[in-house]
Structure formats: structure tokens, C-alpha cells
Write a protein that binds this ligand. Structure first.
Ligand SMILES: [Fe+2]
Length: 358
């Protein structure tokens, strides 16, 4: 592998995003691996599919696995992209108008597997019982009713930058976004504290639990989905999760926004859902942090077939506003959540090998 300073950067993006592109022979190897999985799992769905993907990721090309494991271990880039798999725009079918409405998941099974395989090198894929009906692979596409909301299916308003599930202690370590279609060049935004020196006294305040946060709207009861377990452990866990979300919303706890190493802190922040009532010092520090992140907010315009991995402890992400057409040609992404250690969430999952967090 080249030295860090020699890694290619995402074109037009200063410093924050490393870029990896498959070479011809590697593309052929990945395509063959995807084909093998497609033969057994044509819809790229289900418990056994994700088990098979977790095994198969060890057969991805060495250079790709090395790139991903280095980013995971070195924590040198807050985000990184993978390119090299092409997409036939007509074959994937029209962009659905929101999650759960893709007519035939087989039309994007190969692309889903490209995302799931790469993500599995970084950790374990998981889903939330309270988001998109517990799906492990989410559709991100504009929905008419959500145009002005602060969820991934919005469009007309800026999606304010945030840590994914900042309200939740079990938030993902990495977020994976695969671009299926982006005719309008809609920009995903990325920022981090890399290269920014916040004064020590400001950092000290940000390390203290002085900041209120509420659950984000993607976990609202009205967006969760259709299937509900009627009884048993799943129903108990779901009731407990819904109760926790309600409590977090009604009586938000105070949390820290920085953690880990004082000199290279991890971030967890979602300003749209946060408040700092009755604490002028904390509010000022919060403002300093927001301005610092805003100062190096960077556009990443994903191309079809390209994957963006966001280190959810080191980067915030968002999206520029755009005008949706709802004619099947709008921007369409697939999203996954990845945990470095799924065991930490055991109390919130039905079984040790379940990937759904309640
Ligand atoms: Fe997000």
C-alpha cells in the first residue's frame, strides 16, 4: 500500500476523503464474487444472505481489503470512497418514491452486494427495528411527503449535517452510501475536526454531558414500517425501544458531543435535534464546534456505482437541497449501517446472531 500522504483523494475534495478505484482485474474478481452470491441469493436479502456476504468479503481483492482495513485501523480519513463498479441505468429500474417501494429488489441485487461485501470488511452490518422496517439495506430516495423534513428522503431543504443516530449510544461506526443514480449531481456533504484546533478549554466543555439531544425523525412511529411482532421477545424489545425513544424525546438527557482522545476526539452531534438550555458556556462551546465543522464542509458528488463510507465517529454528513421530479430518475442511494463490534448491542437484539437492534 502507498503511504497515507500518497493515497489519492476524492477529486475536488480537499484532504478529507480518500479514494480507491478498482483496477481491471480486480473489477473482474469482484464481479465474479457478486455473481456467485447472486446465484444463491437473487434478491440480496435475508439472514442467510448477510451471513454469506460476511464470509465472502474475505475473497475480495487484497488491495481493496487492505485499503478498507487500513482506514479502519489508522483512522486517517473521516470518509473514503470506492469506485470501479459500473451501473446500467436502465437495468436498475426507476428510482422508487421512498423506502420500501422498489418494485423488484433483484434489479439492484448486484449493487447491494457490492455495498454489503465492502461494508463487511469494516465490520458487521446491522439495522434498526425502528427504522425502515428493520431493513439492513435502506433506500434513500426523495419522498413527496418528506420534501421539507430532516430525513434522508427529503429534497427541497438542505439536510443539515449530522452524526448518524447521534442520539443513540449504539450508533454505527461506519455509514455506507452506494450511489445508484445521481443525474443531477446532488452533493452529499462531509466535514470533520481533522486539521482544526479547538482551544483546550472549549474541548473540555464539549467532553462534558451538557448537551440535550432528541431522537431524529427517521425513527418516528409514523415512519417505522408495517411489520410488528405480535408477541414474544421481539415484541418486548420493540416496546422497550419505543418507550426509550419516547422518553428521549420528552425528557432528553444531556450528553457529551466529544469523546475518546482529548487531542483527536470522536464526534457525536446533530445540531437540528440538539439544544443547550440554561448553560451559556456550553452553548458558546457548541457554537464554536459548529462553526469549525461548517468551515470545512465539503461537497462529495457521488457517481453511479461509487460507495462513500463515512466514519461516523469522526465525520458528519449531510446533503445539499435539490428539486425532486418523482419521475423515476431522481437521486437514489442504498445505505448500510456498520458496527465494529455488534456484541456491544447484545441486550438490544433477539439473539447473538441477529443483526436488528431494538
Ligand atoms: Fe444521515
Amino acid at each position: 500500500m502507498p503511504a497515507i500522504s500518497q493515497l489519492p483523494r476524492q477529486p475536488g475534495v480537499t484532504g478529507l476523503v480518500a479514494a480507491f478505484a478498482l483496477e481491471q482485474s480486480e473489477r473482474a474478481a469482484v464481479t465474479e464474487l457478486i455473481g456467485q452470491l447472486a446465484a444463491d441469493f437473487p434478491t440480496a436479502h435475508g439472514h442467510e444472505y448477510f451471513r454469506a456476504v460476511a464470509l465472502a468479503c474475505h475473497h475480495l481483492p487484497d488491495r481493496l481489503r487492505s485499503f478498507l482495513r487500513d482506514r479502519r485501523g489508522l483512522e486517517d480519513f473521516p470518509a473514503f470512497t470506492l469506485a470501479g463498479i459500473e451501473i446500467d441505468d436502465s437495468a436498475i429500474g426507476p428510482t422508487p418514491d421512498g423506502w420500501g417501494s422498489q418494485p423488484d429488489p433483484r434489479s439492484t441485487a448486484a449493487q447491494t452486494t457490492w455495498l454489503a461485501l465492502s461494508g463487511s470488511v469494516l465490520g458487521d452490518l446491522f439495522g434498526w427495528a425502528t427504522q425502515q422496517d428493520g431493513a439492513l439495506v435502506h433506500d434513500i430516495a426523495p419522498t413527496p411527503a418528506d420534501e421539507h423534513s430532516q430525513v434522508g428522503s427529503s429534497s427541497a431543504d438542505l439536510l443539515w449535517w449530522h452524526t448518524e443516530e447521534a442520539f443513540h449510544p449504539l450508533r454505527c461506526d461506519y455509514l455506507g452510501l452506494l450511489c445508484l443514480r445521481n443525474h443531477d449531481g446532488v452533493a452529499t456533504t462531509i466535514s470533520s475536526l481533522d486539521g482544526i484546533e479547538l482551544p483546550a478549554d472549549v474541548r473540555s466543555v464539549l467532553f462534558e454531558p451538557r448537551f440535550q439531544i432528541r431522537p431524529d425523525d427517521s425513527h418516528l412511529a409514523s415512519r417505522r414500517g408495517r411489520s410488528r411482532p405480535a408477541a414474544g421477545k421481539e415484541a418486548d424489545l420493540l416496546r422497550a425501544a419505543e418507550h426509550r425513544l419516547e422518553e428521549m424525546d420528552k425528557r432528553p438527557q444531556r450528553v457529551a458531543v466529544l469523546s475518546g482522545d482529548f487531542d483527536a476526539p470522536y464526534l457525536s452531534i446533530d445540531p437540528f435535534y440538539m439544544e443547550v438550555p440554561g448553560d451559556a458556556v456550553a452553548r458558546a462551546a457548541f457554537g464554536d464546534l459548529c462553526r469549525a465543522l461548517e468551515s470545512q464542509l465539503t461537497d462529495v458528488v457521488l457517481q453511479p456505482g461509487e460507495i462513500l463510507f463515512v466514519d461516523n465517529y469522526r465525520a458528519v454528513h449531510g446533503r445539499k437541497a435539490f428539486t425532486a421530479r418523482y419521475d423515476g430518475t431522481d437521486r437514489w442511494l442504498k445505505r448500510i449501517n456498520i458496527a465494529r463490534d455488534l456484541r456491544k448491542s447484545r441486550a438490544f437484539r433477539v439473539s447473538s446472531d441477529s443483526r436488528i437492534i431494538y
